[in-house]
Design a protein around this ligand. Structure first.
Ligand code: ADP
Ligand code: MG
Length: 695
């Protein structure tokens, strides 16, 4: 019998009731699972602090001394017991709200104790609230003491951090010598990692900070390694299963367009990306490429030229946008760019009439229609191509993996897929979550762009703001005013939006105002957008429904109300709606006066840079992967417990290289020496522990 798989209830002092509680609360049933509940922090017990040295409420400390007196205040629920504790120089209050009688019985004045906990700062005075109190003894733990998260129910049954610590200690002792290694020996040697057993011991009971770091490194490495291995292996499976159409020729259409029709010089970044795409599409393997490029970086032209490559090789191409407005805009700009070339372009959206649809369908089936621009309507089964060679998906985040797969099914041999996104995804996240996509980046804006000037103003400056807006309107420009409507059902948000609309209509009565929000009917929304896009309406009052891709080069001002309620990447996307023409554009972030330090930082980042990748990195550092990761977590094969995508980017790259090297030798991991990897992948994907339960 494997001792690491022994049930918890047989641990000394555990018993069936507590082990059942651990199963319910943490989902752990075996010793092995228990020792994978890692501490969330450590108390440095290698030294004693003096009370006079306490200067931070966030560091756990221990002090040595004696209780010099008790004092009780309040009654009933307001009852407090205060023990004055002296280290010989100064005193500090130990405060108890609960278990007052127990404390009075257990601890006597004049006896030596060790008190440890997190100092509490109140009205400029430090105290300890419900600290741990121990009698000093020679065999007490020294060094780093682990602290564990526990749930309310666990605490009620005395399964607090201290108790968990004891059980984990016992579990590790019983497992000693029997812990099976989960990483290949070669990898451990190559990466200078601790063996698993040592890492488990050291993460719970580190001998020193260096060992703790090594233990964390080893365990994080393992987490990231298996995530990467799973993603990369999956990607490889997909690739080997599907051969790709080979676009061997660069033909007439591409060359003529490049020489005679291209209205500007491509940027170096656009050229590089086109080369990458060409190499992919000529390789004989199906392309799955993510093209990242900041708003306005010129992705459309790259898409168009990639589609021409498909056409030159006798295939059709299709570009899908998330909304009708965007699809229409693409259709219009493609037909304009291709004017004079023998290319048939069609537009398919939900609102196309049945009669016209039939024509489109026929053209697609007999191949006379070469490029189709459309919305999700393209996914419908009745849309059949003669030979679809390339699908371009614009603005990825509205388009899931499942939908990508539906496009694949449009051909016996799946088309190449190019996914384009303006959401700046930091490299570490992209590597983890889009492990199945190769990534190209346009990291350069076309020449001559003026960065959007961004200001942060407080609500009381509304008068000046309106004067500025009027100036721009008088100069013939258009203006966006955006309100938060995070939760579409939020009544107060809806009211703010309506009030905003009314006040714009009143203040700028001489200019037509349009309005869009998510609760409008699609037809109505389209109509309002059309009014603004065509220039008929001069102001657009909107919620974030306009976030994605709309191109109105004449709009020069983006006013964002309640800017403090938006995340950085959202602010960046919104700002990307202006600065699309040749003239100077402006973004004004309006917020209330009282702001948290983090919010202030967020808004000041916006005023300092317009670089989407810098903003994404700052966002990741400020918030952690948060939302960005949230929307992408579904892309991860299993949860990360220790590793943190915001800060472990370097390790992630190391891990990815190692996983790639292994898969190059043995893509399906079927070789005998990789049996361990396959087994671990399988085990980990079952997701044993539910970390979200822990408070
Ligand atoms: P996005 O990457 O946000 O989709 P677009 O493809 O819509 O950006 O391009 C934004 C604008 O920049 C368009 O008006 C386009 O014609 C123009 N553009 C693209 N590439 C270049 C270039 N190399 N030089 C000058 N203008 C360019
Ligand atoms: Mg675009």
């Amino acid at each position: 019998m494997d001792p690491t798989k022994a049930e918890l209830k047989y641990l000394p002092g555990m018993g069936p009731a507590r082990s059942e509680l651990l199963r319910q609360e943490l989902g752990v049933t075996t010793l092995d699972e228990l020792v994978h509940c890692f501490p969330y922090r450590y108390v440095d017990r290698s030294r004693f602090y003096k009370i006079s040295e306490i200067d931070s409420p966030s560091v756990y400390v221990q002090i040595r001394g004696r209780i010099v007196g008790f004092r009780q205040t309040g009654e009933g629920r307001a009852a407090r017991l205060i023990a004055q504790f002296s280290d010989g120089e100064r005193t500090i209050d130990l405060v108890f709200f609960k278990g007052i009688q127990y404390v009075l019985k257990s601890y006597q004045p004049g006896v030596d104790y060790i008190v440890f906990g997190k100092p509490n700062l109140f009205n400029g005075v430090y105290s300890f609230v419900h600290p741990d109190i121990e009698t000093p003894s020679p065999d007490k733990l020294t060094g780093f003491m682990p602290l564990y998260h526990t749930t309310e129910k666990m605490k009620n049954k005395f399964l607090h951090s201290k108790a968990l610590q004891k059980f984990i200690y016992l579990a590790l002792r019983q497992m000693a010598g029997s812990v099976r290694e989960t990483l290949p020996a070669g990898l451990i040697a190559q990466e200078h990692l601790l063996p698993l057993e040592t890492a488990l011991q050291q993460i719970h009971f580190p001998a020193n900070p260096y060992q703790l770091d090594k233990a964390r490194e080893r365990l994080k490495y393992e987490e990231l390694f298996y995530v990467q291995l799973a993603i990369l292996r999956q990607a490889h499976n997909v690739r080997s299963r599907y051969r790709g159409h080979v676009f061997a020729r660069v033909g007439d259409l591409f060359n003529r367009f490049y020489r005679e029709f291209l209205p500007f010089q491509l940027t170096e970044a656009q050229k590089r990306v086109l080369r990458e795409i060409r190499a992919d599409m000529g390789s004989g393997v199906q392309m799955n490429r993510l093209l990242q490029g900041d708003v306005g970086s010129g992705k459309t032209i790259v898409a168009l030229m990639s589609m021409l490559l498909a056409l030159d090789n006798g295939y059709q191409a299709c570009i899908i946008a998330p909304t009708e407005i965007l699809a229409t805009q693409h259709y219009e700009s493609l037909t304009r760019l291709l004017q004079g070339l023998p290319v048939q372009v069609g537009l398919l959206k939900g609102s196309v009439r049945k009669k016209d649809r039939t024509g489109l369908h026929e053209g697609l089936r007999d191949g006379s229609l070469q490029i189709l621009v459309g919305t999700h309507a393209v996914l419908e089964e009745e849309v059949v191509f003669r030979n679809l060679g390339l699908v371009v998906i614009d603005e990825q985040h509205r388009f899931g993996v499942a939908q990508r797969a539906r496009m694949w099914a449009k051909n016996p041999q799946p088309p190449h897929v190019l996914v384009m996104t303006a959401t700046p995804i930091p490299r570490t996240l992209a590597m983890t979550v889009y492990g199945d996509l190769d990534v190209s980046v346009i990291d350069e804006l076309p020449p001559g762009r003026k960065p959007v000037t961004t200001w942060h103003v407080y609500e009381n400056k509304r008068q000046q703001l309106q004067n500025f807006m009027r100036q721009q309107l008088q100069a013939g420009r258009q203006v966006y005013v955006v309100y938060p409507l995070i939760d579409e059902s939020e009544k107060s948000d809806m009211k703010n939006l309506m009030d905003g609309y009314d006040s714009m209509c009143e203040v700028f009565s001489e200019y037509p105002v349009a309005m869009v929000h998510g609760r409008m009917k699609p037809v109505e929304k389209e109509e309002q957008m059309r009014r603004f896009v065509s220039g008929e309406a001069r102001l657009l009052v909107a919620t974030t429904v306009i976030e994605v891709g709309v191109n109105v080069p004449n709009a020069s001002v983006m006013v964002i109300e309640n800017a403090e309620r938006f995340g950085l990447s959202q602010l960046h996307q919104l700002r990307g709606r202006v600065g699309r023409g040749a003239d100077q554009s402006f973004c004004v972030l309006v917020s209330r006066y009282e702001l948290s330090a983090e919010t202030r930082k967020r808004l000041s980042i916006m005023t300092e840079t317009t670089n989407g990748f810098e903003i994404a990195e700052a966002d990741l550092a400020l918030r952690g992967p948060g939302d960005l990761e949230g929307t992408m977590q579904s892309g991860l094969p299993f949860r990360l417990q220790l590793a943190d995508l915001a800060h472990d980017g370097d390790m992630l790259q190391r891990v990815r290289r190692a996983a790639q090297a292994i898969l190059e030798q043995d893509p399906l991991l079927t070789a005998p020496q990789n049996a361990l990897l396959l087994e671990q992948l399988h085990l980990k994907s079952q997701g044993v522990v539910d970390w979200s339960a822990i408070s």
